[in-house]
Design a protein around this ligand. Structure first.
Ligand code: HEC
Ligand code: HEC
Length: 389
C-alpha cells in the first residue's frame, strides 16, 4: 500500500514537473519549469574556441605522469534542467538559506555585485564572487586556480564552497531524496530516481557548463569587421591588443588565460610541460607589495575571463576596485613592484613598469571592455531562477 501511494505521488509530481504549471515548493515559493526543456546542448561558444578544447583537460599531469581522466562533461537537456533547479535551490545549503544563485546572479554575469558575499550562518567569503561565463573553455577555476576543469567541479561543486555548510554530501543526498519535486527530474536526467552525489554533481556541472556567451557587440564585430564599433571602441581594442598587452593574458576570443600547447599561461590542460602546468593560468599583477591572500602562491591569481566584465564588478580577487576605471588606473599607474610581479610589468631591473595611459586611452579601454557584454546571456530564461515568489 505504501508503495502504491508512493508511486501515485511520484506520478502526480512528475505530471507537475513536466507542465508549465508551477509547483508549490513552500509557503512563499513555486517551482516553474517548461514542459519541454530548454536547449542546453548546443553550446553557443565564441568564434575560434571550441568545447572540444576542454577534451585536452582529460590529460592531467601529476608528477610528470600523464593521466587520462574519464570525466568528460556530457550535457543533456534534462541533466542541465535538473542542474538549474539544484543551482537555485536553497536546500543545497545546510540550513536552507543559501543557493549557488545567492552569490551568482544571472543579471550580473553570475557574479553578485558585492565585494564579499554572505553564505551559510552569515559566513562571509574571503574572496569576491566570480562571474561564470564559458567555464567549459577554461582549465583553471576559482581565484587560486585550484580546480583545473569543469570536470573537477563536477566532483565537488558544493564542497568547494564551504559557505554552504554542506561538507557532507551524504546529508545532501538525504535531503534531496526527501524532496518530491526531484524524483521526476532525476528520472528524466539519469533514467533513475536514485539520488547519488555523482548525479547531483553531474547535473550541476552540466548546467554550469552550459553557461556560454557569444552574443556581445564584440562577437558581432568579428563577423562585420567591427564596422559598428565607435572610434573610441576601436581605439580601445587597439590598446587592448597592443600597447596595453591585455590580450597577452586575457587572450583569444574567450578573453581568458591563454592555454594551448605553446601558451605562456598554460592552465595545465593543453600543455605537456610541467613548468607551464604550475602556472595554472594565474599570475601576479602587482596589486600590493605584500598580499593578505597569496592566491595560488606569491600573489598569483587566476587571469579572469573578461566577457561580461561590465556586469561583474567589483573587481579583482578581493573586490577592491569598484569600477572598470579603477582597474584601468591600476594598470596605468598603480602597479607595485612585487617580487613576483609578472615580467610583462617590469623593466627588467626589478622596477614596475606601469602603462601610463592618457585620459582618452583609458576611456577607450573601458569602452572596449563594455563591448564584451552579452545581454542575452544575462536574461535568457534557460539560466534563470525557476523558483518564483
Ligand atoms: C556564499 C557565496 C557563494 C555561493 C553560495 C556559491 N558561490 Fe561559487 N563562488 C563564490 C566565490 C567567493 C568564488 C571564488 C572563490 C575562490 O576563488 O576561492 C566562487 C567561484 C565559483 C566558480 C569558479 C568560476 C571561475 O571562473 O573560476 C564556479 C564555477 C562557481 N563558483 C559555481 C558555484 C556553484 C555551482 C555553486 C553552488 C553549488 C556556488 N558557486 C555557490 C561564491 C559563492
Ligand atoms: C600579466 C597578465 C595580465 C595582463 C597583461 C593584464 N591582466 Fe588583467 N588581470 C590579470 C590577473 C591575474 C587578474 C586578477 C588579479 C587578482 O585578482 O589578483 C586580472 C584582473 C583584471 C580585471 C578584473 C576582472 C574581474 O573579474 O575582477 C580586469 C577588468 C582586467 N584584468 C583588465 C585588464 C586590462 C584592461 C588589461 C590591459 C591594460 C589587463 N587586464 C592586462 C592578468 C593580466
Amino acid at each position: 500500500m505504501k508503495r502504491i501511494n508512493y508511486l501515485f505521488i511520484s506520478m502526480l509530481v512528475s505530471l507537475f514537473a513536466c507542465t508549465d504549471k508551477p509547483l508549490v515548493v513552500s509557503e512563499d515559493e513555486v517551482l516553474s519549469l517548461p514542459s519541454q526543456p530548454y536547449d542546453y546542448q548546443n553550446l553557443q561558444l565564441p568564434v575560434g574556441t571550441s568545447a572540444n578544447f576542454s577534451i585536452f583537460s582529460n590529460f592531467d599531469l601529476v608528477n610528470g605522469e600523464v593521466l587520462f581522466s574519464s570525466n568528460k562533461l556530457d550535457i543533456t537537456q534534462w541533466g542541465a534542467t535538473l542542474g538549474r533547479v539544484l543551482f537555485y535551490d536553497k536546500k543545497l545549503s545546510l540550513n536552507n538559506t543559501v543557493s549557488c544563485g545567492s552569490c551568482h546572479h544571472q543579471d550580473k554575469g553570475f557574479a553578485d555585485g558585492l565585494q564579499f558575499s554572505t553564505g551559510f550562518e552569515g559566513r562571509v567569503t574571503t574572496r569576491n564572487s566570480m562571474a561564470i561565463v564559458n567555464p567549459i573553455l577554461q582549465n583553471n577555476l576559482f581565484w587560486d586556480s585550484r580546480s583545473k576543469t569543469i570536470h573537477d567541479l563536477s566532483l565537488q561543486p558544493v564542497q568547494n564552497h564551504i559557505e554552504m555548510g554542506m561538507e557532507n554530501l551524504d546529508r545532501l543526498v538525504e535531503k534531496i531524496e526527501k524532496t518530491d519535486y526531484y524524483k521526476p527530474l532525476f528520472e528524466k536526467a539519469f533514467g533513475t530516481d536514485v539520488v547519488t552525489p555523482e548525479n547531483i554533481s553531474k547535473a550541476l556541472s552540466q548546467f554550469v557548463g552550459s553557461i556560454t556567451s557569444n552574443r556581445s557587440k564584440f562577437d558581432k564585430g568579428l563577423t562585420n569587421n567591427f564596422n559598428e564599433f565607435t572610434e573610441l571602441e576601436k581605439l580601445g581594442k587597439e590598446i587592448f591588443n597592443g600597447k596595453g598587452q591585455c590580450a597577452s593574458c586575457h587572450g583569444g576570443n574567450s578573453f581568458s588565460a591563454l592555454d594551448g600547447p605553446n601558451d605562456p599561461y598554460g592552465g595545465g590542460g593543453g600543455t605537456f610541460s610541467i613548468a607551464a602546468n604550475d602556472l595554472r593560468g594565474a599570475t601576479n599583477i602587482g596589486l600590493d607589495l605584500v598580499y593578505k591572500d597569496n592566491g595560488l602562491g606569491n600573489g598569483k591569481f587566476k587571469i579572469p575571463v573578461l566577457r561580461n566584465v561590465e556586469l561583474t564588478g567589483p573587481y579583482m580577487h578581493d573586490g577592491r576596485f569598484k569600477s572598470l576605471e579603477d582597474v584601468v588606473n591600476h594598470y596605468s599607474e598603480g602597479i607595485k613592484p612585487h617580487k613576483h610581479l609578472d615580467v610583462k610589468f617590469t623593466d627588467g631591473k626589478g622596477n614596475a613598469k606601469p602603462l601610463n595611459l592618457s585620459t582618452i586611452e583609458k576611456k577607450a579601454l573601458v569602452a572596449f571592455l563594455k563591448t564584451l557584454t552579452d545581454k542575452e546571456m544575462a536574461s535568457n530564461p534557460k539560466w534563470s531562477n525557476p523558483f518564483k515568489k
